[in-house]
Design a binder for this molecule. Structure first.
Ligand SMILES: C[S@@+](CC[C@H](N)C(=O)[O-])C[C@H]1O[C@@H](n2cnc3c(N)ncnc32)[C@H](O)[C@@H]1O
Length: 220
């Protein structure tokens, strides 16, 4: 029996799963499980940071049916496909990706799912996609693994996030400063983030993703 823990995220045994929005269709080789007439997709915590965070005990993941999300660094859509399951047909994911190769791989997934809008752009330049992102979003999710990832997040939140909206970031210490111990980098990043956000929860993703801190926040 699938137990519901966080909004739209379920557990079957020790597996984290989401309700498949497109019945019968896999995105990245994950397993499909049928239970009581519902099909679920397993969410691989070795390949997706929010699943790793939940596996490591994250309690609040602020994603719900019908929400609009701005996703920075969507790549080929592995994680975004689970966001797409959770927000459902009434929600929308605007996915920004700078690199053409993963962007091309994202396109068939976006087409089949109908609630992902792929945007080939640099997340450092939100003005380049302000005509595509209509209105303000409920959540900005950032996984770009670059040295200026905090500035990128803040700039996009200023432009696109609703007042009191949520921001979620996967901080990669090795992309910010390889010479510092990860905890020192996390501390410095949190000091920057605290000026703009209320930190709701944070969890380190090791061993599923080395040198990553996953932070859930609310826009002040
Ligand atoms: C760690 S991967 C993302 C994995 C993806 N979030 C997932 O879980 O399925 C980081 C992605 O961010 C993209 N990226 C890096 N810098 C970017 C930028 N300035 N704007 C948009 N995308 C960027 C990279 O091309 C890469 O695809």
């Amino acid at each position: 029996m699938a137990k519901k823990a966080v909004h739209g995220i379920h557990f079957i045994g020790d597996k984290i799963v989401t309700e498949n929005l497109v019945t019968g269709v896999k995105v990245y080789g994950e397993n499909l499980i049928k239970e009581n007439g519902q099909e679920y997709r397993t969410w691989d915590f070795w390949r997706s940071k929010p699943a790793a965070a939940i596996k490591k005990g994250l309690k609040n993941f602020p994603l719900e049916k019908g929400m609009n999300v701005l996703y920075l660094g969507i790549a080929n859509g592995t994680t975004a496909s689970h966001f797409s399951d959770i927000v459902g047909a009434e929600g929308l994911i605007y996915g920004v990706e700078i690199s053409e190769r993963p962007f091309r791989e994202l396109l068939p997934t976006a087409q089949k799912r109908g609630n992902i809008i792929p945007i080939l752009a640099n997340a450092r330049k939100p003005e380049d996609y302000e005509n595509i992102v209509l209105g303000k979003v409920d959540m900005v999710y950032e996984d770009v693994a670059s040295g200026d990832q905090m500035e990128i997040l803040i700039r996009n939140c200023e432009k696109f996030l609703k007042p009191n909206g949520y921001a979620v970031i996967a901080i990669k210490s090795q992309s910010i400063d390889v010479t510092k111990p990860p905890h020192q980098t996390y501390k410095e990043c949190l000091l920057v983030l605290e000026k703009h956000f209320e930190i709701l929860e944070k969890v380190e993703l090791d061993p599923y993703e080395k040198y990553h801190l996953f932070v859930v926040m609310k826009w002040k």
